[in-house]
Design a protein around this ligand. Structure first.
Ligand code: UN1
Length: 513
C-alpha cells in the first residue's frame, strides 16, 4: 500500500531504531524503554524506537562538544558547502522523505513534499548565508583605533522539535547552526521520531563522504526528561524549542535559570480579518487552507475569522458550501485535502474544545464528528468544525491543535477588528484581506497587528523560509529561519584595536600612572 515499506528501506528506517546517533555512529543503548510508532493514517506499525537513557544523553553531548572544536575551525563557506551537499541529498530523497513525513505525521502528501522543500530551501539560504555572517565596523572615538564586531560560533545547540513539522523546523535550526559553526543535538517529537531517523541517515552519508567528525549533527530520541536535561544543561548555550506554550514555559524557565539563550516558537491563535473590502475569491481558499490544512495542526493554522458584519452571512454561506465537500482521508491518497489528527488524544482535545465552546454560548455550524466508517478505523479522522463564537470565550482564547475555525463578527472600523485580533495571549501569525489601502496599512502599522507575522491578502499559514519566523507574547518571542535569525546561533564580540603609540582612554578619562 503506497509503497511505504520500500520507502522505509530506502531511507534506512528499521523495525527497531536506536535511541541516538552522532551523525556517523548509531546508538548502542541499554535502554529497555521502547516506543512503537503507529501511522495516524492507517494505524499500522511503522517501527519502534529505543528511548534514550541518561547515559546516552551524556554520550551525545560529549560527541557534540568534541565535534564543535573541529567544526568551528572549518571556514564558514566550507561549512556552507557541506550544507549544500545536504540540500542536494534532500532533493534526491524528496519523494521518499515527503511520503514518510506524510505517513508518520498524517499531513497530506502535498504538504509532506512541501515540508521537504522547506528543508531544501533553508539549505540554499544557509549556503548563501555562509558567506554573509557579517558584523559591523564602527569609528572609534580614539585616534588610531579601530572597532569592529565579529560573530563567532556559539557551541552545542539543543533543538527540540514538534510532531507537526517533524523535520522542517529542525532544518531551519540545524542548517543555520551548521553554517554558523555550531554542532547540534536534536530531540524530535516522541510522536514522529522516524522521520528524524531517516534524516539522520541522509546526514550520515554526507558526513562520511566528506570525512567529517561525527557529532556535528546529533539525534537523541527521548521523552520529556531528555528535553528537561537539555534545558538545564549549561553545556548547551542555546536551546531552540518548538511546541506548546506549556512546554515552552518550562524550557524557557530552565534555560533562563542558568542564563542560557532560548529560542521559543510556541502556540499561535492566528486570525484572518475580512473587511468589507475583502476580495472573497482569494480569501476563501486562503481561509480553508489555513483552517483545515495539516488538519489544523500548524502553529500558523487559522483559528479565528474576524468578519465585518456586512459580509458575515455571505462568508458563512460560502464556508458552509466548501466544508461538506472537503475530501477527508488517507494522506497519501491523491486528492485528499484533510488527513487525520496525530493521535486519539488529539481527537479528545478537539471534541472537548467543541463541547466547551458550545457551553460558553458558541454555535457549532458544521463538523466535529469522529469518522468511523471504512477507511477511518484508526479513530483519528474528524470532520473540520466551524463555530460561531465570541473572541472572549476561554475556549477561543486557547489554542486547540485541531481543525476548529471560530467565526467572530465585528462592526464599524477596521480598528475594532484589529483589537479582536490582538485580544489573545498568543502572537504568531495574522492576516487581513482587504483591497482598501488604509485598512491594510492600519493593520501593518505600529497600532496594528501585534504578531510576528502579519500578511495582507494571503492567509496565516504557509510562510516562506526567507523571512524571520516566530511571534510575540505567549508565542515565545523567538525568530527562526530567514532574515537575520542566524544571529542567535552565534556569539557577538566587539573588538577594539589600538595601533597608536599611546593609550588614550575612552570618554576622555585621565588616569596617569
Ligand atoms: C509550524 O507550524 O511550527 O508557515 C511551522 C507555515 C510553515 C511552517 C509552520 N512554513 O505554516
Amino acid at each position: 500500500h503506497h509503497g511505504i515499506r520500500q520507502v522505509l528501506r530506502d531511507l534506512g528506517v528499521q523495525a527497531h531504531n536506536a535511541a541516538w546517533s552522532t551523525g556517523l555512529e548509531w546508538g548502542n543503548t541499554d535502554s529497555q524503554n521502547t516506543r512503537t510508532i503507529h501511522s495516524p493514517a492507517d494505524g499500522k506499525v511503522i517501527g519502534t524506537v529505543a528511548m534514550a537513557t541518561a547515559a546516552d544523553y551524556e554520550h551525545v553531548v560529549t560527541k557534540a562538544q568534541e565535534a564543535f572544536k573541529t567544526w568551528r575551525l572549518v571556514p564558514a563557506p566550507k561549512r556552507g558547502e557541506i550544507v549544500r551537499q545536504i540540500g542536494n541529498k534532500l532533493r534526491d530523497h524528496k519523494d521518499d522523505l515527503g511520503k514518510l513525513v506524510s505517513y508518520e505525521m498524517g499531513k497530506i502528501l502535498q504538504e509532506g513534499l512541501g515540508e521537504v522543500q522547506e528543508m531544501i530551501d533553508i539549505c540554499d539560504f544557509a549556503v548563501g548565508l555562509s558567506r554573509q555572517l557579517h558584523g559591523l565596523t564602527m569609528h572609534s572615538e580614539r585616534p588610531a583605533h579601530r572597532m569592529y564586531e565579529q560573530y563567532h560560533p556559539l557551541g552545542v545547540v539543543g533543538i527540540i522539535s514538534a510532531f507537526n513539522f517533524p523535520v522542517a523546523v529542525w532544518s531551519w535550526n540545524a542548517m543555520l547552526a551548521a553554517v554558523c559553526g555550531d554542532t547540534c543535538i536534536w530531540k524530535p517529537s516522541e510522536k514522529t521520531p522516524l522521520t528524524g531517523v531517516a534524516v539522520q541517515h541522509i546526514i550520515k552519508s554526507v558526513l562520511e563522504e566528506n570525512e567529517l567528525p561525527e557529532g556535528i549533527f546529533n539525534l537523541i530520541i527521548g521523552d520529556a526528561e531528555i528535553g528537561a536535561k537539555m534545558a538545564a544543561d549549561g553545556r548547551l548555550p542555546l536551546v531552540s524549542a518548538t511546541g506548546s506554550t506549556r512546554m515552552g514555559k518550562k524550557v524557557g524557565e530552565a534555560v533562563g535559570a542558568r542564563l542560557g539563550k532560548s529560542l521559543l516558537e510556541l502556540g499561535g491563535n492566528n486570525a484572518i480579518i475580512l473587511t468589507e473590502h475583502a476580495d472573497l475569491s482569494i480569501a476563501m481558499p486562503g481561509i480553508v487552507f489555513g483552517a483545515v490544512g495539516t488538519c489544523g495542526q500548524r502553529c500558523t493554522s487559522t483559528r479565528r475569522l474576524i468578519i465585518h458584519d456586512s459580509i458575515y452571512d455571505d462568508v458563512k454561506a460560502r464556508l458552509l458550501k466548501i466544508y461538506p465537500n472537503l475530501p477527508i482521508g488517507h494522506p497519501l491518497q491523491e486528492g485528499t485535502l484533510v488527513g487525520p489528527l496525530i493521535d486519539k488524544d488529539s481527537v479528545v482535545g478537539f471534541q472537548k474544545a467543541l463541547k466547551a465552546v458550545q457551553s460558553e454560548g458558541g454555535t457549532l455550524l458544521i463538523g466535529g464528528e469522529l469518522l468511523e466508517s471504512e477507511g477511518y478505523e484508526t479513530g483519528t479522522y474528524v470532520t473540520p468544525a466551524i463555530v460561531e463564537a465570541k473572541n472572549e470565550y476561554a475556549t477561543v482564547q486557547d489554542e486547540t491543535f485541531a481543525p476548529i475555525l471560530y467565526l467572530i463578527k465585528y462592526s464599524g472600523d477596521v480598528t475594532n477588528a484589529i483589537d479582536l485580533q490582538n485580544g489573545v495571549r498568543q502572537g504568531l501569525s495574522s492576516s487581513i484581506f482587504t483591497l482598501n489601502m488604509r485598512e491594510a496599512e492600519a493593520f501593518l502599522s505600529q497600532a496594528g497587528s501585534d504578531c510576528g507575522i502579519a500578511n495582507v491578502n494571503i492567509g496565516t499559514s504557509g510562510a516562506e523560509i526567507g523571512g524571520a519566523f516566530g511571534g510575540e507574547k505567549e508565542t515565545g518571542g523567538g525568530r527562526e529561519s530567514g532574515s537575520d535569525a542566524w544571529k542567535v546561533y552565534m556569539r557577538r564580540q566587539t573588538n577594539t584595536i589600538n595601533y597608536s603609540t599611546t593609550l588614550p582612554l575612552a570618554q576622555g578619562i585621565k588616569f596617569d600612572v
